[in-house]
Design a protein around this ligand. Structure first.
Ligand SMILES: [Zn+2]
Length: 678
């Protein structure tokens, strides 16, 4: 039934009627949604009336309602519960949807009307005025103000760039598969768990290498197995394989593709009036300019590098006493970091799992904190059906008034993509009469054997709090226009509320409430929190350095003009080295989290935006400091945070709202302190 996708559902809070949707419905529903939006846009531009806010901007906001409803379900399920058929459908519709979006933003008649309203924006105020300004910027940054020849060139560039990005992704993946490390004997794998060893055996068998073992590569330069593999030669082999991806001069060499994409992006930015692609990207983010980003990254670089050197000395001492080894190479770092963490701080995160039973963490931790801060209560609604039997549905109320639904999809399964994320199925906005929100959190926790409890790792508990921060943003934001509803904020701002919510995981009152041994009912040992706090900045010099190095590589490339981008693939390593040594991040034992040849983020959606994570952490650290100074987990604090941060969605400039709340912009000091860089 395509109506189940296009029409508002009659279930509580407009929870989509998942049971009535079948795979055949998506194609026709997307077609119809696009056709209806095009008809609505034609009606706007064909109007004989003078352009007004109402007949242009409001009409524009309404035009995508039904298509948006379809796509929210489609894209959410594409990540959470997909199969080959849905993936194929996506491959077929992705270029059509991109073209649909381009057609909207490059429609001359539509832009002329938006521009006419924009010229008279002084007559508007608040969210209305902000809506015109933001749409106007969308059109301008998409090239709507250019002449016909430039527009044609822009269309060409967009197409070529997206082709190069797709080629980069494929080549990087192919080379990564190719470079998986083959291991002959089980003895070499010492340090891995029996489960990891049998997975490696199965992976080898899958490639016709029965009897041997295969370690597949992961995204980060530092493979997670480097922290446990005892065999130094194997660590080195694994590290070098990770580093070699995309730069071996074979058919899967990504460097030429990367340079072409960078050159075309720079040309595109110039066409739009910017010095560089970083200028174009930051103009539509809270950072504003590449200089603001560079200043912040460089401010952090030298203290991070200095701390990493101090950490390195401790690791060297550990290696010396262990086996007389006198140097720490990049492939040794994670291994000795774990040794030092256990010996110096007595913190072994793995032993905490019995205190992290999933349902207790959820109800007595995550929900409990939200209750104290925001007056939220959660009632499970087994009568409401999610998109998969494993999805749990909770009705959320604020001070007793229902405000929406929270869907939790905890477990990993074949139909789900890796990682953790939040989606909105319904966003609260008054224009379309949507009073409440439907949000979901997805994690990838391995499902325990039947009858066994789900015991989370330390990182999984942290992820649950993090993703729930996004969910709170989606549930509590209130907007007039769909454009500004829920988490529709700038990319370099969107992680901030989720980062803030992580603070409650180890807040003593919250921790004491949920961290109870699943068998004995004993509270978590009293000294654990102290040890965690004492070890909080350990290895942060390394973590900050490897992140900053990647962010600076991303930024440095995108600061170039088209003529400055080198043409020879061999120039890539040289450029990276120069960019990093210029800021003191050239310690050979601490490598960048990603290098150009396998930096998928920046040849996909995160071009010139990898800085975002630490940019939003500046706000996060300042906010955490504020909560601590003001009594922590109180309703009063939660209310202020809703009023100025998560409650406003994208309805106004977020940094302006922040400065209004705190009486000043966020300083960098709390972040430096948190990471031990002060
Ligand atoms: Zn997040």
């Amino acid at each position: 039934m395509i109506d189940a996708l296009l029409e508002p559902s009659d279930l509580p809070h407009r929870l989509p009627r998942f049971a009535d949707i079948s795979i055949e419905d998506y194609g026709p529903a997307i077609e119809q949604g696009m056709a209806e939006q095009l008809a609505a846009l034609t009606a706007i531009t064909a109007s004989a009336e003078e352009p007004t806010f109402e007949n242009t901007l409001v009409a524009l906001e309404r035009s995508g309602e039904r298509l948006d409803r379809v796509l929210r379900v489609f894209f959410s399920l594409l990540s959470a519960d997909s199969d080959d058929d849905l993936d194929e459908l996506h491959a077929a519709y992705a270029p059509r949807l991109a073209a649909h979006h381009d057609a909207l933003l490059l429609d001359d008649a539509l832009f002329a009307r938006v521009n006419a309203v924009y010229e008279k924006r002084a007559e508007l105020e608040g969210e209305d005025r902000y809506l015109v300004e933001r749409y106007h910027r969308d059109f301008v940054l998409a090239g709507a103000a250019l002449g016909p020849a430039e527009k044609a060139r822009l269309r060409e560039l967009n197409q070529e760039i997206s082709g190069l990005e797709a080629a980069f992704g494929q080549a990087a993946q192919a080379d990564s598969n190719d470079l998986a490390v083959v291991v002959d004997t089980v003895e070499e794998l010492a340090g891995l768990t029996p489960g990891e060893i049998s997975a490696a055996a199965a992976a080898a068998e899958g490639r016709g290498l029965a009897g041997r073992f295969l370690i597949t590569l992961t995204l980060f330069t530092a493979h997670p197995y480097l922290s446990v593999l005892e065999n130094r030669e194997l660590r080195q082999r694994l590290f070098e394989a990770q580093l070699a991806r995309g730069s071996r001069g074979n058919a899967n060499d990504t460097r030429g593709i990367a340079l072409d994409a960078l050159r075309l992006r720079a040309e595109k930015a110039q066409l739009l009036g910017f010095d560089s692609y970083a200028g174009l990207v930051t103009a539509d983010n809270t950072a504003g300019t590449p200089k603001a980003v560079r200043d912040m990254l460089e401010r952090l670089a030298s203290p991070a590098a200095r701390n990493a050197r101090a950490e390195q000395a401790a690791l060297e001492a550990s290696a010396r006493s262990e086996n007389g080894q006198s140097t720490i190479e990049a492939w040794d770092w994670p291994f000795y970091a774990e040794k030092v963490r256990v010996s110096e701080y007595d913190v072994d995160l793995a032993v905490l799992r019995p205190w992290f039973e999933a349902d207790r963490v959820l109800r007595d931790g995550v929900f409990f904190a939200a209750g104290r801060l925001y007056g939220l209560t959660f009632e499970e609604r087994p009568d409401l059906q999610g998109y998969h039997p494993e999805v749990r549905v909770f009705e959320v109320s604020r001070d007793g008034e229902p405000i929406g639904l929270f869907l939790l999809d905890l477990y990993t399964r074949d139909s789900k993509k890796g990682g953790a994320w939040m989606n909105s199925y319904v966003t609260a906005n008054t224009l379309l009469g949507e009073p409440s929100a439907v949000v979901t959190n997805n994690l990838n926790v391995p499902k325990p054997a039947p009858g066994e409890p789900t015991l989370l790792t330390f990182d999984q508990v942290n992820t649950l709090f993090h993703e729930f921060g996004h969910a709170l943003h989606g549930l509590l934001a209130r907007a007039t226009y769909p454009r500004f509803a829920a988490t529709s904020v700038y990319r370099d701002f969107v992680e901030y509320p989720s980062q803030v919510n992580e603070m409650w995981m180890l807040w003593p009152e919250v921790l004491a409430n949920y961290a109870v041994h699943h068998e004995t009912g004993e509270p978590i040992p009293a000294d654990v929190l102290g040890k965690l706090e004492a070890s909080a900045t350990f290895n942060e010099g390394f973590a900050t350095s490897e992140y900053l190095a990647a962010a600076l590589i991303d930024l440095a490339w995108h600061e170039l003009g088209p003529a400055e981008v080198p043409t020879s693939p061999e120039a890539v390593e040289e450029f990276e080295a120069a960019a990093l040594s210029a800021v003191g991040l050239d310690n050979p034992a601490v490598r960048a989290r990603y290098y150009t040849a396998y930096f998928k983020h920046i040849f996909g959606g995160y071009a010139s935006a990898y800085y975002s994570y630490i940019w939003s952490e500046v706000l996060d650290a300042d906010t955490v400091a504020w909560f601590k100074e003001n009594g922590g987990l109180t309703r009063e604090n939660g209310e202020a945070y809703v009023r100025y941060v998560i409650g406003i969605g994208g309805t106004r400039d977020p940094l302006e709202s922040y400065a209004e709340w705190r009486g000043r912009p966020a300083p960098i000091a709390p972040l430096l302190e948190r990471r031990g860089l002060a």
